[in-house]
Design a protein around this ligand. Structure first.
Ligand code: FEO
Length: 171
């Protein structure tokens, strides 16, 4: 496997693992604050990010590279409020999209078209994740500081989470 591509893929493994831990921290915070819908959403999102990481680990190893399982910095324990959580989620996803785009760029520079093809799945995934985070934030902006609105937002989230386990997806 091309060395530069291998390094970039390992960097992406760090980012996906960090995302998983970050959303797990959000889930735990939400659960501790009675926001069960948000907690469920974030637990599920954290699982999804772990799947993104695993998919990269397997790809690197299958292509003759060496996937490195990273140590991860501790994510925050406290968050200001629900809006803050979703703002952080969107900002985080935007930064992940940037790094996926860099990865695409490196694949093209190194003429690694197989990895380029593999990374396209992440490009589409990022589009969806950013759109979802923006929708959630738009809803929260409408709700403002209204407690009954926030309650409804959280309750709606509980019933609208897709019950798909990413670990069951075809690899
Ligand atoms: Fe796998 Fe949301 O980045």
């Amino acid at each position: 496997m091309n060395k530069r591509v291998e390094i970039a893929l390992n960097d992406q493994i760090v980012k996906e693992a960090s995302s998983s831990q970050f959303y797990l921290a959000m889930a735990s915070w939400a659960e501790g604050n009675g926001l069960n819908g948000t907690a469920k959403f974030m637990y599920s999102h954290s699982d999804e990010e772990r799947f993104h990481m695993l998919k990269l680990v397997k790809f690197v190893n299958e292509r003759g590279g060496k996937a490195i399982i990273p140590a991860i910095d501790q994510p925050p324990v406290e968050f200001e409020n629900l809006k803050n959580v979703f703002e952080l989620l969107l900002a985080h996803e935007i930064s992940v999209t940037e790094s996926i785009n860099e990865l695409v760029d490196i694949c093209l520079q190194e003429k690694d078209y197989t990895t380029h093809n593999f990374v396209q799945w992440y490009v589409s995934e990022q589009l969806e994740e950013e759109a979802l985070a923006r929708t959630m934030l738009d809803k929260l902006k409408l709700v403002g500081n209204d407690n009954s609105g926030l309650y409804m937002f959280d309750r709606d989230l509980e019933s609208t989470i897709p019950q798909v386990n990413p670990m069951n997806e075809t690899r």
